[in-house]
Structure formats: structure tokens, C-alpha cells
Design a protein around this ligand. Structure first.
Ligand code: ADP
Ligand code: MG
Length: 263
């Protein structure tokens, strides 16, 4: 299967009038369907610029962006907005729920402009709330929910269009570490059970370490790209043969084999 996201030698230069700021300096990245990729890097390294391009909010100054096999590099604003609505789901640090709407109404919102009947909107929204374990909170207002529950509502909302890719920008940034771990577990479950492709930006080492693939951005280029394959002990005990290609020295039961990705 082909990559769902493929960037090839992408440059992004911000032209402020006085100076030109090279934010991305030749970035190439392939993400396959079903991957869970964490992106880390120091402040100013280009993470948000990269996310804006991947998320169709901005376009490269040069280079190519293929989404699902189609070159979308030079799509205009309208075409990009359409793609964004149809193909992507977004989760942000601040949840971005509307305060005067209930949980289920917040999840429904993206469907309102799609001309879908109220009844069908409600059915789909309830389905997504069930997915994140919040069926019993459907009629709560955001203020009646904990931070973790609000973020799960936001995740349900991001999934309402069955997006090909879920993009999350610091999704645990506003949460305590225990709640952050719960949200991480939610992403892991969506990735594992539904095969949901996830690209997540984070500053938190514990979140980054848990992702199966870790991309580090530095000065507008990819400094490292590592796939953490499970060791024998982490793979289904009932099918040890299937795990053999991944077997690595067993250390502390949590060892991971680090495999650099070649671009
Ligand atoms: P990060 O998200 O990793 O902190 P950014 O992608 O926001 O990094 O920024 C990368 C570089 O581009 C930085 O040097 C930043 O100052 C610059 N930059 C980002 N956005 C703009 C903009 N709209 N105009 C000019 N420079 C920008
Ligand atoms: Mg940023």
C-alpha cells in the first residue's frame, strides 16, 4: 500500500518583507496508513510549519506533498479547505469545545454544514462518543466534564468524518500527567483497534517514547526518524513465530529495538 502522506524535499520560507525565514529546509517524510507517528523538536525547529503543511493549512514554497497518492502541493485555499474537512481530523491542546453546546452537539458540529439530517448527525456523534467511552456524558456541558473527558470529546469530534489521518498538536499539553497518559492510551487504542493513522506533535518525552515511530525535527530538517518495533515479549504470546523477525535482546521486559528509517 502507498503512503498516505509523502513529503518530498519540502521547503517553506516565510517572507516577512524585511527578511526571509527558512522554516523547512528540504524535508522528506513518508507516513503509511495505520502508522502512529510522534513528532518532536525544540521550539522554533519547524514542527508547527510542518503540521500546517501536512494539515492543508499552508503550502510548501517548493517541493511536493502527496496525500493518498495525489500531489496537493499547490492546491489553493478552497481546495485545501475541502481536503481538510474530508480527509483529516484535528485535536488541539486547548480542546476547542464550544461552551454552550453539550458534548454530543460538539461532536456533531462538523456535520452541520455537510447537509446531513439531524437524526443521522446524532446517530454518528453518539457512535463516536461510545468509541471514546463517553456515551453516558453525551448531554453534559463541557464545564461539567474533566479535562481528560473534554479532550476525549474533542477526539470523538475529530473522528466524526472518519478521517484518513488524525493530526494532534500537543494534545496532552493542558493535562496533568496521569490524564495525559489516559489520552495517550486512547490514541494507542484507536491506532491499534481501528488502524487509525495518527500524527502527533508533542514536547513530552513520555508521550514521544510511547509512539511506535518517533520523528525529530531540527532546524527545519528531520534529524532522526526511528521506528520502535515491539520485542518478543510485547508481541502476542500465542503466536511466537510471528514475532521472530522482530526479536531483540530482552532487557527488563520493556526493551525496544530501534530501527532507523531510511528516506
Ligand atoms: P515550532 O513549532 O517547532 O516551534 P515553527 O514552525 O513555529 O516551529 O517555526 C519555525 C521557524 O519559522 C521559526 O524560526 C519561526 O520563528 C519561523 N516562523 C514561523 N511562523 C512564521 C511566520 N508566520 N512568519 C515568519 N516566520 C515564522
Ligand atoms: Mg509550534
Amino acid at each position: 500500500m502507498g503512503a498516505v502522506i509523502a513529503l518530498e524535499n519540502v521547503h517553506k520560507v516565510y517572507d516577512t518583507g524585511e527578511v526571509k525565514v527558512p522554516a523547512l529546509r528540504g524535508m522528506s517524510l513518508r507516513i503509511d496508513p495505520g502508522e502512529f507517528v510522534a513528532i518532536v523538536g525544540a521550539s522554533g525547529s519547524g514542527k508547527t510549519t510542518l503540521m500546517n503543511i501536512i494539515g492543508f493549512l499552508d503550502r510548501p514554497t517548493s517541493g511536493h506533498y502527496w496525500f493518498d497518492g495525489k500531489d496537493v502541493s499547490q492546491f489553493d485555499r478552497v481546495a485545501r479547505a475541502k481536503l481538510r474537512n474530508e480527509k483529516l481530523g484535528f485535536v488541539f491542546q486547548g480542546f476547542n469545545l464550544l461552551k454552550r453546546y453539550t458534548a454530543v452537539e460538539n461532536v456533531e458540529l462538523p456535520l452541520i454544514y455537510a447537509g446531513i439530517s439531524a437524526r443521522e448527525r446524532r446517530r454518528r456523534a453518539m457512535e463516536k462518543l461510545a468509541l471514546v467511552g463517553l456515551s453516558d456524558r453525551a448531554n453534559h456541558m463541557p464545564s461539567q466534564l474533566s479535562g481528560g473527558q473534554q479532550q476525549r470529546v474533542a477526539i470523538a469530534r475529530s473522528l466524526i468524518n472518519n478521517p484518513q489521518v488524525l493530526l494532534a498538536d500537543e494534545p496532552t499539553g493542558n493535562l496533568d500527567s496521569k490524564t495525559g497518559a489516559e489520552i495517550l492510551a486512547e490514541f494507542q487504542r484507536l491506532n491499534h483497534d481501528l488502524g487509525q493513522t495518527i500524527v502527533l506533535i508533542t514536547h513530552e518525552p513520555s508521550i514521544a517514547a510511547a509512539a511506535p515511530r518517533l520523528v525529530t525535527v531540527r532546524d527545519g530538517v528531520i534529524a532522526s526518524d526511528v521506528v520502535h518495533r515491539p520485542t518478543l515479549s510485547e508481541v502476542d504470546d500465542h503466536h511466537p513465530k510471528a514475532a521472530e523477525p522482530y526479536a531483540a535482546p530482552h532487557v527488563n521486559g520493556a526493551a525496544r529495538e530501534l530501527v532507523p528509517v531510511v528516506h
